[in-house]
Design a protein around this ligand. Structure first.
Ligand code: IDP
Ligand code: MG
Length: 141
Protein backbone atom coordinates (compact mmCIF):
# COMPACT_ATOMS: atom_id res chain seq x y z
CA UNK A 1 0.00 0.00 0.00
CA UNK A 2 1.44 3.38 -0.92
CA UNK A 3 1.61 6.36 1.42
CA UNK A 4 -0.59 8.26 -1.01
CA UNK A 5 -3.33 5.65 -0.76
CA UNK A 6 -3.11 5.62 3.06
CA UNK A 7 -3.54 9.37 3.33
CA UNK A 8 -6.59 9.67 1.06
CA UNK A 9 -10.03 9.67 2.63
CA UNK A 10 -13.54 10.15 1.26
CA UNK A 11 -16.66 11.73 2.73
CA UNK A 12 -20.28 11.94 1.65
CA UNK A 13 -21.98 15.32 1.27
CA UNK A 14 -25.65 15.97 0.50
CA UNK A 15 -26.80 19.43 -0.57
CA UNK A 16 -30.28 19.26 0.93
CA UNK A 17 -33.53 20.33 -0.81
CA UNK A 18 -33.40 23.91 0.55
CA UNK A 19 -29.85 24.30 -0.79
CA UNK A 20 -30.84 23.14 -4.28
CA UNK A 21 -34.11 25.11 -4.28
CA UNK A 22 -32.24 28.28 -3.21
CA UNK A 23 -29.68 27.71 -6.03
CA UNK A 24 -26.74 27.44 -3.63
CA UNK A 25 -25.21 24.36 -5.33
CA UNK A 26 -22.57 26.29 -7.29
CA UNK A 27 -21.50 28.41 -4.36
CA UNK A 28 -21.23 25.42 -2.03
CA UNK A 29 -19.18 23.37 -4.51
CA UNK A 30 -16.99 26.44 -5.10
CA UNK A 31 -16.07 26.43 -1.41
CA UNK A 32 -14.94 22.80 -1.58
CA UNK A 33 -12.90 23.43 -4.75
CA UNK A 34 -11.40 26.61 -3.29
CA UNK A 35 -10.30 24.60 -0.27
CA UNK A 36 -8.54 22.15 -2.62
CA UNK A 37 -10.80 19.14 -2.11
CA UNK A 38 -11.42 16.73 -4.99
CA UNK A 39 -14.93 15.99 -6.27
CA UNK A 40 -14.86 12.26 -7.04
CA UNK A 41 -18.55 11.67 -7.87
CA UNK A 42 -21.75 13.70 -7.92
CA UNK A 43 -25.39 13.38 -8.96
CA UNK A 44 -28.78 15.02 -8.44
CA UNK A 45 -31.79 12.97 -7.38
CA UNK A 46 -35.06 12.89 -5.42
CA UNK A 47 -34.49 10.76 -2.33
CA UNK A 48 -36.90 7.93 -1.45
CA UNK A 49 -38.34 8.21 2.11
CA UNK A 50 -36.94 4.75 2.89
CA UNK A 51 -33.39 5.84 2.11
CA UNK A 52 -33.72 9.00 4.23
CA UNK A 53 -35.15 6.98 7.14
CA UNK A 54 -32.11 4.70 6.91
CA UNK A 55 -29.75 7.65 6.68
CA UNK A 56 -31.25 9.32 9.78
CA UNK A 57 -31.98 6.10 11.69
CA UNK A 58 -30.13 7.50 14.75
CA UNK A 59 -32.86 10.18 15.02
CA UNK A 60 -35.94 7.99 14.54
CA UNK A 61 -37.17 8.43 18.15
CA UNK A 62 -37.01 12.23 17.97
CA UNK A 63 -40.21 14.27 17.64
CA UNK A 64 -38.89 16.10 14.56
CA UNK A 65 -38.17 12.85 12.65
CA UNK A 66 -41.35 12.91 10.45
CA UNK A 67 -40.71 16.58 9.57
CA UNK A 68 -37.08 15.72 8.75
CA UNK A 69 -38.15 12.95 6.34
CA UNK A 70 -40.73 15.26 4.68
CA UNK A 71 -38.11 17.98 4.29
CA UNK A 72 -35.43 15.66 2.85
CA UNK A 73 -37.88 14.27 0.27
CA UNK A 74 -39.45 17.65 -0.62
CA UNK A 75 -37.21 18.35 -3.65
CA UNK A 76 -34.05 17.30 -5.43
CA UNK A 77 -30.76 16.93 -3.58
CA UNK A 78 -27.19 16.79 -4.85
CA UNK A 79 -25.09 13.90 -3.52
CA UNK A 80 -21.29 14.24 -3.64
CA UNK A 81 -18.19 12.25 -2.73
CA UNK A 82 -15.27 14.48 -1.78
CA UNK A 83 -11.74 13.18 -1.40
CA UNK A 84 -8.65 14.45 0.41
CA UNK A 85 -6.45 13.61 3.38
CA UNK A 86 -8.59 14.17 6.52
CA UNK A 87 -11.54 15.24 4.35
CA UNK A 88 -14.17 14.06 6.87
CA UNK A 89 -13.02 16.49 9.57
CA UNK A 90 -12.23 19.25 7.10
CA UNK A 91 -15.74 19.17 5.61
CA UNK A 92 -17.45 18.92 9.01
CA UNK A 93 -15.62 22.09 10.05
CA UNK A 94 -16.61 23.78 6.76
CA UNK A 95 -20.34 22.99 7.17
CA UNK A 96 -20.59 24.31 10.74
CA UNK A 97 -22.66 23.26 13.74
CA UNK A 98 -26.17 21.76 13.55
CA UNK A 99 -27.53 24.40 15.92
CA UNK A 100 -27.72 27.70 14.00
CA UNK A 101 -26.79 29.60 17.18
CA UNK A 102 -23.45 27.76 17.15
CA UNK A 103 -22.81 27.71 13.38
CA UNK A 104 -19.92 30.13 12.99
CA UNK A 105 -19.99 32.81 10.28
CA UNK A 106 -17.77 31.61 7.43
CA UNK A 107 -19.17 28.08 7.63
CA UNK A 108 -21.78 26.95 5.11
CA UNK A 109 -24.55 26.74 7.70
CA UNK A 110 -23.28 29.87 9.44
CA UNK A 111 -23.56 31.79 6.18
CA UNK A 112 -26.66 30.24 4.58
CA UNK A 113 -28.95 28.78 7.29
CA UNK A 114 -30.99 29.91 10.29
CA UNK A 115 -33.06 26.74 10.79
CA UNK A 116 -32.00 23.65 12.76
CA UNK A 117 -33.82 21.36 10.34
CA UNK A 118 -33.45 23.17 7.00
CA UNK A 119 -29.72 23.62 7.25
CA UNK A 120 -28.63 23.29 3.59
CA UNK A 121 -26.10 20.48 3.85
CA UNK A 122 -25.17 17.08 5.28
CA UNK A 123 -21.66 15.66 5.69
CA UNK A 124 -20.46 12.36 7.19
CA UNK A 125 -19.23 12.74 10.78
CA UNK A 126 -16.82 9.77 11.09
CA UNK A 127 -14.89 7.21 9.02
CA UNK A 128 -17.51 4.58 9.86
CA UNK A 129 -20.40 6.85 8.83
CA UNK A 130 -18.62 7.89 5.61
CA UNK A 131 -18.10 4.26 4.55
CA UNK A 132 -21.75 3.35 5.20
CA UNK A 133 -23.12 6.53 3.57
CA UNK A 134 -20.95 6.23 0.45
CA UNK A 135 -22.18 2.66 0.03
CA UNK A 136 -25.79 3.78 0.65
CA UNK A 137 -25.77 6.58 -1.93
CA UNK A 138 -23.35 5.25 -4.56
CA UNK A 139 -23.76 1.47 -4.73
CA UNK A 140 -25.76 1.81 -7.97
CA UNK A 141 -23.32 4.25 -9.58
P1 IDP B 1 -25.70 16.99 11.54
O1 IDP B 1 -26.47 17.15 10.25
O2 IDP B 1 -25.02 18.28 11.93
O3 IDP B 1 -24.77 15.82 11.56
P2 IDP B 1 -27.53 15.43 13.23
O4 IDP B 1 -27.66 15.54 14.71
O5 IDP B 1 -26.91 14.19 12.65
O6 IDP B 1 -26.77 16.76 12.73
O7 IDP B 1 -29.01 15.62 12.63
C1 IDP B 1 -29.28 15.34 11.30
C2 IDP B 1 -30.22 16.40 10.75
O8 IDP B 1 -31.47 16.35 11.46
C3 IDP B 1 -29.74 17.85 10.94
O9 IDP B 1 -28.81 18.25 9.95
C4 IDP B 1 -31.04 18.60 10.84
O10 IDP B 1 -31.49 18.69 9.48
C5 IDP B 1 -31.99 17.67 11.61
N1 IDP B 1 -32.02 17.98 13.06
C6 IDP B 1 -31.08 17.63 13.98
N2 IDP B 1 -31.40 18.05 15.21
C7 IDP B 1 -32.59 18.68 15.09
C8 IDP B 1 -33.46 19.34 16.05
O11 IDP B 1 -33.18 19.42 17.24
N3 IDP B 1 -34.62 19.86 15.53
C9 IDP B 1 -34.95 19.77 14.22
N4 IDP B 1 -34.16 19.18 13.29
C10 IDP B 1 -32.99 18.64 13.71
MG1 MG C 1 -25.14 13.77 11.58
Amino acid sequence: MTAHFDSTEQTLVIIKPDGVQRKLVGRIIQRFEDRGLTIKKMYQTMLEPKKVQEHYDHLKERDFFPALIDYMTSGPVVVIILENKDVIQIVRSMIGATNPLSAAPGTIRGDFAVSTTENVIHASDSEEAAAVEIQRFFHEQ
